[in-house]
Ligand binder design. Structure first.
Ligand code: G4P
Length: 311
């Protein structure tokens, strides 16, 4: 399943964010702790590295992620130069309030009103960036919603004396690969009109059967040994009584329900990838373009009028 979801406003936002990065000391990158690899915007990661900016990687929604895998991800990122990674929940003020302190440690030379610490916050849609901003600034600065791409403007906020934070809208990148697209659809970072719900639920089921079978059995009862991602939907449909006309399993409804249970944490604390998956991507990646920004399509190539596929 190829996912092509790159709304027009994100092209303009990407250009603005690339400019803002030049005047930034620390890039705060909000990731979804359940899919740290897939929720990384590779265009901005490449830009950040080219610009040699420090990164504070926030593994958000860690309350829903597998704690053991979160530990692996933190170790993976904290071993990278100029990177500090922390796991937290944007809904917990006590965890969020330490963000300025982490950022300061990454750029200790930026420590006065004359040389303010300039931060920018990046994240793809639905990773919890608005929630984090709201908690950080302790007021409602952005609309928190369940649909991707709610925030569309860049804003700058004063976090305290000598500390500036530029907020950017949630941005995707063109040409999302199939595996990453399926994971981002599962975590609801991609608008629901851009994917097939049964296909995403089947792929999620196949992964969970291998890596989190116990979570599935706890939720749905015993699962047959030869179960596949697809037949799992049939099992769930019969256990839940989701039957369509003619007595056949209602797979569409089952898929929606299954994805909903994964998204709200009812299936347990689950993480869909490990640092090895990211290492494999890096090994397979083409050599970096001279300028990440130059490698991107021009704004004029963006599709028109598809700002939000769910609308
Ligand atoms: P965005 O700006 O990155 O697009 O994301 P946003 O803050 O709108 O958050 C998307 C959804 O994720 C919201 O759920 C939000 O509450 C939830 N969320 C954000 N951070 C966390 C976290 O650390 N842990 C958990 N468990 N959820 C988080 P929602 O369904 O719209 O509403 P709500 O009823 O959960 O508030």
């Amino acid at each position: 399943m190829a996912i092509e979801w790159y709304p027009g406003h994100m092209v303009a936002a990407r250009k603005e964010a690339a400019l803002a990065m030049r005047k930034t000391d620390v890039v705060i990158e909000v990731l979804d702790a359940r899919v740290p690899r897939s929720s990384k915007n590779p265009v901005f990661e490449q830009l950040r590295k080219l610009n040699q900016r420090a990164a504070l990687k926030i593994l958000n929604k860690s309350d829903m992620a597998d704690p053991e895998r979160t530990r692996l991800w933190l170790a993976h990122y904290n071993a990278q130069p100029g990177v500090k990674a922390v796991a937290l929940s944007a809904k917990k003020p006590n965890e969020v309030k330490r963000i300025p302190e982490y950022a300061k440690a990454l750029a200790p030379h930026r420590n006065s009103a004359l040389k303010p610490l300039r931060m920018m916050i990046l994240g793809i849609p639905n990773v919890g960036k608005s929630t984090l901003m709201n908690t950080l600034l302790r007021r409602s600065v952005t609309k928190v919603g369940d649909e991707p791409a709610v925030t569309k403007m860049q804003h700058r906020h004063e976090l305290g004396t000598g500390m500036w934070l530029t907020d950017t809208p949630g941005m995707m990148w063109p040409g999302i690969g199939e595996d990453i697209g399926l994971k981002l659809a599962a975590t609801h970072s991609i608008g629901k009109n851009a994917y097939d719900v049964a296909e995403v639920a089947t792929a999620l089921g196949a992964y969970l059967l291998v890596h989190y079978r116990a979570c599935l059995e706890q939720r749905f009862g015993e699962i047959p040994a030869d179960c596949t991602g697809y037949t799992l939907l049939g099992v769930v449909a019969s256990r839940r009584g989701f039957v369509a006309r003619g007595g056949v399993p209602d797979l569409e409804r089952t898929a929606r329900s299954f994805l909903g249970e994964f998204r709200d944490g009812s299936l347990g604390r689950i993480t869909l990838e490990t640092p090895e998956d990211e290492d494999e991507d890096d090994a397979a990646a083409p050599p970096p373009a001279e300028s990440a920004d130059a490698a991107l399509p021009d704004a004029s190539e963006a599709p028109d009028g598809d700002e939000h596929p769910d609308e």
